[in-house]
Design a binder for this molecule. Structure first.
Ligand SMILES: *Cc1c(COP(=O)(O)O)cnc(C)c1O
Length: 429
């Protein structure tokens, strides 16, 4: 049933535009069930050993999944980890970041991108983002470089690749490492290569709300043999392995148990097979949604930069409250009443989290910022990232495509809901 866009808003007691419940996104099917069953029946749920031994590299499914990921993403090494948060920690450690070093990161990201830096007692420095792609703005990165900067952490946020060529050019001039957090953009392309594969280290999350998943998990990718060894060591008790492996550079050779299990990797193999199709479906849904929402005044649809594809973890909208004459909160109230679920007002301003505002991470006295290792007073004040802050506070409206398996009919219903609200903006003032 299509609701007349002229009818009374559901917020004011009119009929709801969307009278269906969207299907929960679930890419797990019979293939994953069979794969997991095979592992359980084999009795080998993990085969890692934290020692210099053939099993240092994990069991058969871990190694098969890693080979397949490396081939799919076109990289020399793919290394599985038990979460992408673990992957980010391993990446910062392998990059040789030392206590007190500065790493530039956007604030418009999931908190773990920045926490991974702090984990090594290094100092996150927040640079602003581009208003169109929400990814690190190379100009702001350049402006935030100091003699203490050692790396850049780019984030392919919402499914759009960061401008990694520009970031790599900056990195080359200043001798920095670049890590990419591609948790939200597996399968997106930047200049003929997959997002996440063009910097020193990249990688993907396999948690249950990402495009493909193994419940929890992550994949690190790199073309660098030395970095790959370090990543594997940090994943698996480095300190107990270095001597046997003949490693003499002990920089950050503090190891963890970041190992992913055989069941997850068996499921991951099936998920990887589905990635292309799942991303293509997201792109088709986004294209249809784009047609539905085209021409609504004061609403900017996600843009895709030339040479890039978008994998749409989130369908990112930007509103102009001045043109609309109403606040974002009022708009969301009206859209939600029409039955649009999965809307998010703003995203993150990580620099404004209490940990950064109060500069308290390890212990209670302000470490690492209060130590002599931190060589300048890094600001986390509101105002340091005006683009990210304005998006978060006022104009950014995310639609979490990752939550639902949307049919074309669902997308059309969402379109009518938006158009109906836009026809009734005056009533919302
Ligand atoms: C999901 C996500 C992470 C963390 O991944 P986990 O696998 O949940 O640890 C990190 N960064 C970004 C941008 C994410 O979206």
């Amino acid at each position: 049933m299509t609701i007349d866009t002229d009818s009374t808003l559901a917020l004011f007691g009119g009929p709801k535009s969307i009278d269906r419940v969207f299907t929960r996104y679930n890419p797990i099917g019979a293939e994953e069930v069979a794969a997991a069953r095979g592992v359980v029946e084999s009795g080998v749920l993990s085969q890692f050993i934290g020692d210099w031994d053939p099993d240092f590299f994990g069991g058969p499914k871990v190694q098969e999944f890693e080979r397949k990921c490396a081939a799919y993403f076109g990289v020399k090494h793919a290394i599985t980890v038990n979460s992408w948060t673990s992957g980010l920690i391993a990446a910062v450690g392998a990059a040789g970041i030392e206590p007190g070093d500065e790493v530039i990161v956007p604030p418009f990201t999931m908190c773990a991108s920045a926490t991974a830096i702090l984990h090594w007692n290094a100092i996150p420095v927040f640079a602003d983002i581009e208003p169109e792609t929400f990814c690190l703005d190379p100009k702001s990165v350049e402006a935030n470089i100091t003699p203490y900067t050692k790396a850049i952490m780019a984030v392919d946020i919402f499914g759009h690749p960061a401008d990694t060529d520009a970031l790599m050019a900056i990195a080359e001039r200043h001798d920095l490492k670049v890590i990419t957090d591609t948790a939200q953009a597996p399968g997106a392309v930047y200049r003929n290569k997959f997002a996440g594969t063009r910097t020193h280290i990249g990688g993907f999350s396999l948690n249950y709300h990402k495009h493909i998943h193994t419940g929890e998990g992550g994949i690190l990718v790199t073309d660098d043999d030395v970095l790959a060894d370090k990543l594997r060591l940090i994943r698996n008790h480095a300190e107990a392995v270095v001597a046997g492996m003949g490693v003499t550079d002990l920089t950050n050779m503090i190891g963890y148990n970041f190992r992913l299990g055989e069941i997850e990797c068996a499921i991951g193999i099936e998920q990887l097979d589905k990635l292309e199709r799942l991303v293509a479906r997201r792109q088709a849904v986004a294209a249809l949604l784009g047609q539905e929402l085209a021409g609504l005044e004061g609403l900017r649809l996600p843009m895709v930069k030339e040479g890039c594809t978008h994998s749409y973890y989130v369908y990112s909208l930007v509103i102009d409250p001045d043109t609309l004459g109403i606040s974002r909160a009022r708009l969301v109230e009206a859209l939600s009443a029409e039955g649009v679920t999965g809307l998010a007002s703003g995203y993150q301003n990580v620099h404004l989290l209490p940990m950064y505002q109060q500069k308290q991470a390890y212990g209670s006295r302000g470490f690492p910022w209060n130590s002599e290792l931190c060589r300048r007073d890094v600001s986390y004040a509101k105002g340091i990232c005006p683009v990210a802050e304005d998006l978060h506070d006022r104009t950014y409206l995310g639609f979490a495509m990752c939550l639902h398996d949307l049919t074309d009919e669902d997308v059309r219903a969402i379109g009518s809901a938006f158009r109906k609200v836009w026809c009734n903006l005056a009533a919302l003032k």
